[in-house]
Design a protein around this ligand. Structure first.
Ligand code: NAD
Length: 285
């Protein structure tokens, strides 16, 4: 099946690399035009590099290679006015808005300061609320919103134990789950769906970096990505160290397509079995 989102326009935050880029390209392959935003600078409590200008340029190149159009802008999800400007310009150029992917996120794991907690909540929770707020005036019946949570939203005793930054990550993702759950009711009368995805580890810049190698292999002085693999596999009932971004994009594509036009309020776990033994809760606590 092709053209599953033909003629639609998708607004994607954190689109310069990783999952956001993958979603942009996958939706474009299926016929969507893209409004892409990213921060394009560092945040001082994040212990790994965020995306740069050249990353967003690569997303533009990949989307255009599919034959679709893309409007790419620098915007910080913490600043509502920046998101509004980007989405307004994107809609003016591409004509409409159908799909909203609140995907941008950071991880300040390991840092045990109030600022680390507050920074991750600002990006991962306030940023999601701002994304929906900026998009809402442009959405109409048949629209779909997908929020990116994390298994961290549904799992205690994991990242929430990794300093104030890790707790902030879990806190933000739990609230993203609740926000999505309640927004599904709020948008139902408009016939706009709202769903949340909760991936386990994903192979992106957030996981594939020196900080993470050290976090998972504190026994080694210079660990590599390869060295981290056994520790990741060990935590996965299905033995999968991490998902590839395109694994997540397939779920996004489903929620964004007309196949899911009556599917709303879901909390979809893409977890390789990680949460099964822990909880079957549909709604984060
Ligand atoms: N990688 C994982 O293991 C994993 C697991 C579960 C959930 N997630 C979530 O998936 C989403 C995508 O992350 P990813 O894995 O692609 O990681 P990533 O670090 O590769 O991508 C995140 C993107 O968000 C951008 N960003 C950060 N702060 C921003 C801001 N203030 N404004 C605009 N853009 C900003 C970054 O520059 C980057 O391009 C995040 O919400 C993350 O929390 C990731």
């Amino acid at each position: 099946m092709t053209g599953r989102v033909e003629g639609k326009v998708a607004f994607i935050t954190g689109a310069a690399r990783g999952q956001g880029r993958s979603h942009a390209v996958r939706l474009a392959e299926e016929g969507a035009d893209i409004i892409a935003v990213d921060l394009l600078e560092e945040i001082d409590t994040v212990p790994y590099p965020l995306a740069g200008k050249e990353d967003l340029e690569e997303t533009v190149r990949l989307v255009e290679a599919t034959g679709r159009r893309i409007v790419a802008r620098r915007a910080d999800v913490r600043v509502l006015s920046e998101l509004q400007a980007a989405v307004d310009e994107g809609v003016a150029e591409l004509g409409r808005l159908d799909i909203v992917l609140a995907n941008a996120g950071i991880l300040t794991m390991g840092l045990d300061t109030p600022k680390a907690f507050l920074d991750v909540v600002q990006v991962n929770l306030l940023g999601v609320i701002n994304t929906v707020t900026a998009a809402e005036p442009h959405l109409q019946a048949g629209g779909s919103i997908v929020l990116t949570g994390s298994t961290a939203a549904l799992l205690s005793g994991s990242v929430d134990m990794a300093g104030a930054g890790g707790l902030g990550y879990a806190h933000a993702k739990r609230h993203v789950g609740r926000f999505g759950h309640d927004m599904a009711r709020v948008f139902a009368k408009q016939q706009i769906t709202v769903n949340v995805i909760h991936p386990t580890n994903v192979h992106s810049g957030m996981m594939d970096n020196d900080f993470m190698y050290h976090a998972f292999r504190p026994d080694l002085s210079s660990p590599t990505g390869e060295d981290m693999m056994p520790a990741l596999v060990d935590k996965s009932p299905m033995g999968v160290p991490w998902l590839e971004p395109h694994d997540v994009s397939e779920a996004i594509l489903y929620f964004a397509s007309d196949e899911a036009k009556w599917v709303t309020g879901q909390q979809l776990k893409l977890d390789g079995g990680q949460l099964g033994p822990v909880t079957n809760a549909g709604v984060p606590a």
